[in-house]
Design a binder for this molecule. Structure first.
Ligand code: HEC
Ligand code: HEC
Ligand code: HEC
Length: 361
């Protein structure tokens, strides 16, 4: 799977070394390197820190949350009709009736605009450009059989010769200039299964398909280093917006995904045994392990959390963990039902009271 390298590494860590290792792993090298208050974070770091857990590393909605949420997270690569303005509004205020919560307590207006532009130019570029759309359908008709839906190529030699090239690899990105690609697609690669398309496609179509491959398939995976991946995080330093109103408006009462019903009592037991060591028995982020950890565990009682985490969001965050932090991916060790239980406990114990408090303020 090319889409989720970050999760796979966390998975490997958690599974190969056992959960207990994940729990006592030493603090990462990027520990504590957050940007200073008031500095705008890099939009790609924001996206990969806050959004990719649901919308996928490639913006195509292919994430672990995909099957857990209804409706599933938006696939931006197929969202040509989405205006910039509508996106900014939804990212700010959330989308009622879905797991998409508003981010205004966590991101500044400028950050919301910059992450919007990042999504548009990185993931929506094909959907927004008719020429690239044309390239996409040409690719589907002429190239996909050998190079695969993501340009990943094949492992098997074709016709006794070379396998189809992985166009998405870092090596291909470094080696294949636009000119070379146009030439190879036009005249083919002698002695391989890659025949020339010069006689089958007009030059404009060859350019369109090459430009599509370059824009959509030859994009780097997550290029976020540990430091940058956490640059976006400073929720604690923000003055929270009126929490209660916003959560109600963005679907605080959204049910658990997959029709699950959480058992808060069982979840509470699990929480005290496994989560409280970091997040604290009172959800205040003051568990005994918190002292040693950077970034610090989430404070569940903070308005930045209570205003933006409903059941599906807690469920998703607990399932997939948080890369580059010590928050494990619990779906490696817990069933969906167990995750639903602990989610229900966190929701009822910390999020709901937090909202009521917000209301009376
Ligand atoms: C907990 C999962 C989750 C997270 C995290 C998340 N989203 Fe969403 N997002 C969704 C879901 C679910 C939808 C609704 C899809 C639909 O309505 O079909 C959505 C919808 C959207 C939409 C509107 C799409 C539309 O067609 O209406 C935008 C824009 C968006 N998200 C951007 C973001 C950004 C930017 C971030 C990070 C700051 C983010 N999302 C984080 C789950 C999530
Ligand atoms: C029948 C299978 C097949 C089809 C169909 C095919 N390719 Fe290839 N392609 C290959 C193979 C095999 C190679 C590896 C050749 C090599 O390494 O010299 C390759 C290599 C390439 C390269 C790298 C060439 C270089 O200069 O190293 C590009 C770019 C490429 N293909 C693009 C495309 C595009 C675009 C299409 C559709 C218009 C397409 N291919 C259709 C099999 C195929
Ligand atoms: C080893 C310490 C540790 C343990 C154990 C732990 N967490 Fe976390 N948790 C963290 C850290 C660190 C973060 C991320 C803070 C950040 O991103 O700045 C986090 C974040 C979260 C978040 C918010 C995700 C987000 O996007 O900010 C949720 C929800 C969560 N944890 C739930 C749980 C639950 C439920 C358990 C028990 C099943 C648990 N955690 C156990 C350390 C831990």
């Amino acid at each position: 799977m090319t889409a989720t390298p970050r999760f796979i590494s966390l998975y490997t860590l958690t599974v190969a070394a056992g959960l207990s290792f994940a729990l006592i792993a030493p603090t990462g090298s990027h520990a504590g390197q957050r940007v200073a208050k008031g500095t705008e974070s890099r939009p790609d770091a924001l996206y990969h820190n806050y959004c990719s857990v649901c919308h996928g590393d490639r913006g195509d909605g292919r994430s672990r949350a995909q099957n857990a949420l209804n409706p599933p997270p938006r696939d931006f690569t197929n969202a040509g009709e989405l205006t910039r303005e509508a996106m900014v509004t939804i990212i700010t205020h959330g989308k009622p009736g879905t797991a998409m919560v508003g981010w205004q307590t966590q991101l500044s207006a400028a950050e919301i605009e910059s992450v919007t532009d990042y999504i548009r130019k990185t993931f929506m570029i094909v959907a927004l450009d008719p020429k690239l759309q044309r390239g996409k359908s040409l690719y589907a008709q002429n190239c996909i059989a050998c190079h695969g839906p993501r340009g990943q190529g094949s492992d098997q030699p074709i016709g006794g010769s070379l396998p189809a090239r992985n166009l998405a690899s870092p090596q291909a990105r470094a080696e294949l200039t636009r000119e070379r690609m146009i030439s190879s697609v036009t005249i083919g690669r002698p002695g391989t299964a890659m025949a020339g398309f010069g006689s089958r496609l007009p030059a404009t179509d060859i350019e369109a398909v090459v430009d599509y491959v370059r824009a959509a398939l030859m994009v780097p995976q997550t290029e976020i280093s540990g430091t940058d991946a956490h640059a976006g995080r400073r929720a604690d330093s923000r003055t929270p917006a009126p929490a209660a109103a916003k959560v109600t408006q963005t679907g605080a009462q959204q049910p658990m995904p997959n029709g699950l019903k959480g058992d808060a009592v069982a979840g509470g037991r699990f929480y005290m045994a496994n989560c409280a060591t970091c997040h604290g028995a009172k959800g205040d982020g003051k568990g005994p392990r918190a002292y040693f950890i950077n970034p610090k565990p989430r404070i569940f009682t903070d308005p930045a959390f209570t205003s933006s985490f409903n059941r599906p969001a807690i469920f998703a965050a607990t399932s997939v963990g948080r890369l580059g932090t010590e928050m494990p991916a619990w779906n490696k060790v817990l069933s969906d039902q167990q995750i639903a239980n602990v989610t229900e406990f966190v929701f009822q114990s910390f999020v709901l009271p937090g909202q009521k408090q917000g209301k009376t303020k």
